[in-house]
Design a protein around this ligand. Sequence first.
Ligand code: GTP
Ligand code: MG
Length: 341
Amino acid sequence: MVDEHLEELEELVRSAGLEVAGRALQRRKAPDARTFIGRGKAAEVRDAAADLDADLVIFDDDLSPSQVKNLEEIFDLQVIDRSALILEIFVQRARTREARTQVELAQLDYMLPRLTRRWTHLSRQAGGIGVRGGEGETQLEADRRMLRQRIRHLERDLEKIERTREVQRRGRRGVDRVALAGYTNAGKSTLFNRLTRAGVRVEDRLFATLDSRLRRGAIEPNRTAVFSDTVGFIRKLPHHLVASFRSTLEEIAEADLVLHIVDRSSPRWREQEEVAERVLQDLGIESDRILTVFNKSDLLESGAGGNGHAVWVSAVTGEGVEELKLEILRRLDGEPARASA
Ligand SMILES: Nc1nc2c(ncn2[C@@H]2O[C@H](COP(=O)(O)OP(=O)(O)OP(=O)(O)O)[C@@H](O)[C@H]2O)c(=O)[nH]1
Ligand SMILES: [Mg+2]
């Protein structure tokens, strides 16, 4: 399990455009309050990182601000945790104004409690935003204040964007809405492209899609639905991101039908399915609005069969997609789930 989690962390590292130099694993009953890993392990990691000429040490678990600081002193290297890595990927990927605002907000929320003297470059970076500290105010306090101002500004921007979105949503009332949701890299965008003939970017990296897309697609000759493709889910998604992506996730929450896409070829599919199910549950989506789609059937030897009411497809070859459309139609028209095939 821990090994699989480290594998996923390595995928995240590569998705951020970084290279993995080495890995280390420690099992202990409880994390060390000061350094998370034990003192001996920390020395081991320091030596290994020096041998490997590493630039960065990344932890799969979330670290407290003081743990980061202590570890950086021991390693004499920058230390980040899983949340910071995910945030970094999101920063790299955000394209639209909405996504950029959401990501920056999440990042600043994450940074605020972590501000230390080392962050003094921040004021230069943000150049011109906010007011320089008054008399007797330390640099740190000034930075904090500036950060809070920027956060408020972003929150207001996001509210405006959300209002526009809401108006657009109202305009779509009366149209069937089908959202594609699921773990990152499950194949949502690939299936979205197939269902709508859109040209959304598909990549074998985590979080290829951040911006939600809407597009009409035909489910039978005289019937269309509006499909939406959005950001993927992941185990331990930083709560700052969940909060700032609220309006994007709303797109899923308000859909008439949610296609829960599962990469059935992944050795971790069960856990991924559970993680995504929990997110859908948190969004308040009842199970009768969810249709589970097992994707990447082309990669499985035995193929479809024996999985309750999930529909099997290959978004790449198109296998099973016509059956999927039939099932979408049935579900939109309120017919009971088809007996398992
Ligand atoms: N073999 C196979 N590969 C697939 C299938 N569907 C998607 N893929 C591949 O899986 C990878 C991820 O596909 P995407 O469509 O980008 O996945 P996504 O769920 O949109 O991912 P994020 O946007 O990152 O959350 C790409 O390399 C796709 O080519 C499939 O049915 N079979
Ligand atoms: Mg995608």
